[in-house]
Design a protein. Structure first.
Length: 552
């Protein structure tokens, strides 16, 4: 079945006779009246509106609440509640829309952006937000002393950022400046057509210099917290919950209808699902595969195509995985069709490349074997050529994944495939989220599961993380030609020619070097009752800012 048809059919998965997710901790603002009758008069009093809470099963405990120290999807959801950058997220399209900046101008050459900050934008303690706050925040993110795991991302955009972040230059090299209190200017390395969407990302967040200087690393504790988002932090119980309440100083507070958002920290999908169906959770962000047959029949099961890819990354410096023939043998030995049909089972799309189909860019196809994604005989041939006929002499290799039932099921499938088709042994190692991320980013693994949700809607977001030395390039892949092509595309205007350059780079990454093993294109899977909650929309980025959610 062709990919486009597969995507179209995903929408047909969700139908049923079930409702769900009532949310016991959530109450409707009351508009009723209570009448008290006495012997002399009848008085009518209006009951005070009850607090509207929205509870999210958010996955693992976040690494941090500091935007400069985060790198995951659970953290991104919390970021959108507590902070706002120059650009915010449109809840329907996931495109960039005005945030702290109410407007911006672009130079004719597409290199310089001038942002005009809202005069009524203030921190949660009432201190005005200025262009100097943006300069401070971005400089702090890129400062090598900060150790931000995502500093490489703004470095891909801002002129002088790579030199500063690498220690080759000081902060004066950064091409950002405060023109005045409400005007901020940045100069890019090239006419990047996707920059506005990218500025929604937390690595471009704005943080409170005055609070950080006063409290140091304790500034994200509830008693010290200062933010500029639609909600403020009021409680944080590690490994349990984060409670955020409506920010009464937020410039757009009149359009924020939730009084409270609670992020529950749990990566136990069975527990999260039970809490959802019992009404203790309003939005469940993960799916229990053991109960998928039941879940997919619910009316409140929301499934849609997502701009994201599930893949295995390989430490290409680790023998025997430093041999491209071994890496290719592993890739050809995995039956992706069976994986999505029998293990993940939610309409995921098998893939060969890392970039999903998007407007103007067709996903990479396998070329060496005429488009065949699964070829165990060829895999055995490659392994024999590498010196391991029928797996003889091949050492046990390990696969690292973060604690989650779905990741475990996929890893067990891969383990079985490699034993069956290549006669090689694979050990599985699961780690909790923060430890897993630290080891994956540092290259402390042989093979590690990974997933990438596009940070903006352009192929570059899937490709630039594999350039030499990039912060997310834990597999330590390095190819000078690949780097040059990514660099070339960054300086090209939008259009077919630029996409062709990116496609050449992806071909090198996958078909030539097999630096990673893409497995499938995700679909987003959530449980939320949209008859009860408004402002939550399916979109390809799976972005759902809590600012926009309301009780119907």
């Amino acid at each position: 079945m062709k990919k486009a048809l597969a995507i179209a059919l995903i929408a047909l998965v969700s139908f049923s006779a079930f409702a769900g997710g009532s949310g016991e901790t959530t109450t409707t603002p009351s508009t009723s009246t209570s009448t008290t009758t006495t012997t002399s008069t009848t008085t009518t009093t209006t009951a005070a509106p009850e607090k509207v809470s929205f509870v999210i099963a958010n996955g693992a405990e976040p690494e941090s609440l500091d935007p400069s120290q985060i790198q995951g999807v659970p953290e991104q959801r919390i970021f959108e509640a507590l902070f706002e950058g120059l650009v915010a997220v449109d809840p329907e399209t996931a495109d960039g829309v005005p945030g702290v900046a109410e407007s911006w101008d672009i130079s004719e050459d597409g290199l310089t952006y001038t942002f005009h900050l809202r005069e009524d934008a203030v921190w949660s303690d009432g201190v005005p937000i200025t262009a100097q706050d943006v300069v401070y925040s971005w400089t702090r993110e890129l400062d090598p002393a900060t150790g931000s795991p995502y500093a490489w991302f703004p470095a891909m955009f801002i002129a002088g950022a790579t030199e500063f972040n690498s220690g080759e230059a000081d902060a004066s090299a950064l091409q950002i400046r405060a023109v005045d209190d409400h005007t901020f200017e940045m100069t890019l390395i090239g006419p990047l057509p996707y920059v506005i969407g990218a500025l929604c990302h937390y690595s471009f967040g704005i943080v409170p210099q005055h609070a950080i200087e006063q409290y140091g690393t304790d500034w994200t504790k509830p008693e010290n917290f200062v933010g500029n988002g639609p909600f403020v932090l009021t409680e944080h119980v590690p490994q349990d919950r984060i409670v955020c309440t409506k920010n009464e100083t937020y410039w757009d507070k009149d359009n924020v209808e939730l009084d409270e958002v609670i992020f529950l920290a749990s990566d136990d999908v069975a527990t999260n699902y039970n809490m959802y169906i019992s009404g203790q959770v309003d939005w469940n962000t993960g799916i229990d595969l053991n109960r998928f047959d039941e879940i997919q029949m619910r009316l409140d099961y929301q499934v849609s195509p997502q701009l994201s890819t599930y893949y295995y990354t390989i430490n290409v410096t680790e023998p025997p995985l430093d041999d491209v023939r071994v890496r290719k043998a592993i890739s050809y030995a995995i039956d992706r069709e069976t994986l999505v049909e029998e293990v993940t089972r939610a309409g995921q799309i098998p893939c060969w490349g890392i970039v999903p189909d998007m407007a103007g860019y067709e996903g990479l196809q396998e070329e060496e074997r005429g488009g065949v994604l699964y070829d165990p005989e060829y895999a055995q041939q490659l392994l024999a050529e590498a010196g391991y006929p029928n797996g003889v002499g091949f050492p046990t290799i390990s696969v690292l994944y973060n604690t989650d039932d779905a990741h475990r099921s996929i890893a067990e499938f891969i383990q079985q495939q490699l034993k069956q088709n290549l006669n090689i042994n694979v050990s599985l190692e699961n780690q909790e989220w923060a430890t897993y991320l630290a080891n994956r980013n540092s290259g402390n693994f042989q093979i590690a599961r990974a997933g990438w949700v596009g940070d903006y809607q352009d192929p570059n977001t899937f490709l630039d993380m594999f350039i030499t030395g990039a912060g997310m390039n834990g597999g330590k892949y390095s190819n000078a030609e690949y780097d040059a092509l990514i660099n070339q595309a960054a300086r090209m205007p939008a259009g077919e020619e630029r996409f062709n350059v990116l496609k050449q780079a992806e071909d090198i990454l996958i078909n030539q070097d097999q630096a990673i093993i893409p497995l499938y294109v995700y679909v987003s899977q959530n449980l939320i009752d949209l008859d009860k909650w408004g402002g939550w929309y399916p979109n390809t980025m799976n972005y759902h800012p809590v600012k926009d959610i309301y009780l119907r």
